[in-house]
Every structure is written in C-alpha cells, then in structure tokens.
Design a protein. Sequence first.
Length: 184
Amino acid sequence: MNSKSQSPFKVNLHELPRRAGEMREYAFSFPAAEPIGVPLLQITAGSQISLAFKAESVDDGVLITGQVKSHAVGECGRCLDPINQEIDQRFQELFLYASRKSENPEEDDELFVLDGDDADLEIAVRDAVILSMPVNPICSQDCQGLCPQCGEKWAELPEDHSHEVVDPRWSGLAGWNPSSGPEK
Ligand SMILES: [Zn+2]
Ligand SMILES: [Zn+2]
C-alpha cells in the first residue's frame, strides 16, 4: 500500500500520540495534479490547494477536521462568461486504525483507514470541494443568459429585441379548418 506515498494529499501523522485526546495541527499547500470540480467549475491542474487541519486521536483512529482553500474557474451556465470562485470549505473525516478496521471487516466499508502513519485526505478534500460547488454555476444571481435564437447576451440586447419566428407547432395550424375537427 505504499504505491501512492507520493500523493500530496497524504499526511504523515507520526507526531500525533495515539492516545485519545491528543491533537496536532497541520497546514500545507501544493499545486493540484489534476482538475477537481464539476464540468462547469474546476480547480484547474496547477492551481494551489491549501489545507489546514487538526488531527485528534480518538478511540478508533484519528479524526481530521479542517479547511481547504483554493481557487476555481469556470463558465456561467447561462451566459458562458468566465467565473472565478474562491474555495473555502470545511471538511471532517475519521480515519480508522488499520487494526480497528480488521477487527470488523464487515462494517465501516465507507470509512477511511490509516495506512501506517499516513492519512490520505484526497477523497475527503475532493468531496468537500465538489459539495461546495453549485451544480449550475452562474456569473451573478440576476444573469439573464442568452437569447436562444441568436445567442447574444440579453443584458447587451435592446429591450425590444425579438425574432420573427413561427413556432413549428403552430405552423401546422395555419390551414386548419375548425369544421373538420381535430386530426388524430
Ligand atoms: Zn452569466
Ligand atoms: Zn436574439
């Protein structure tokens, strides 16, 4: 299980005494190796990710509580303008001692396990970042988006902007004679 020891999300907790109630604080930052986010909003590869957290020894393992900070860029889901969003999100995760996990292999499938002294925070941080992101990012709450006909921004179009378009659902009614009744 040492193959991923180079992951920048891994923290070595050997300074933390394995006695319930003991606590140590950690902080470090590194450039993202790959993008984190949703299709329209991402921390891009190379952007700085800063982690600051405390690790507390508890009976079954180590509880990690902290904050991830970074910067995401994306596209407004309505008008496609660029979006910049600061990421400042809390995360908390319990990492079980491997011995505690092996005593109960059936349960706690969803929980994280310490790898020796290492806790790999990648999934916890990634999940926290993605949860902090809107599903449909927009540049501002009152963004009016684009005219569906010409693709121009409503904000930049004159107020009376419109297109003479006949909805195809209505064009079939042009020759409809009420006396012949509805077609089936
Ligand atoms: Zn917008
Ligand atoms: Zn238009």
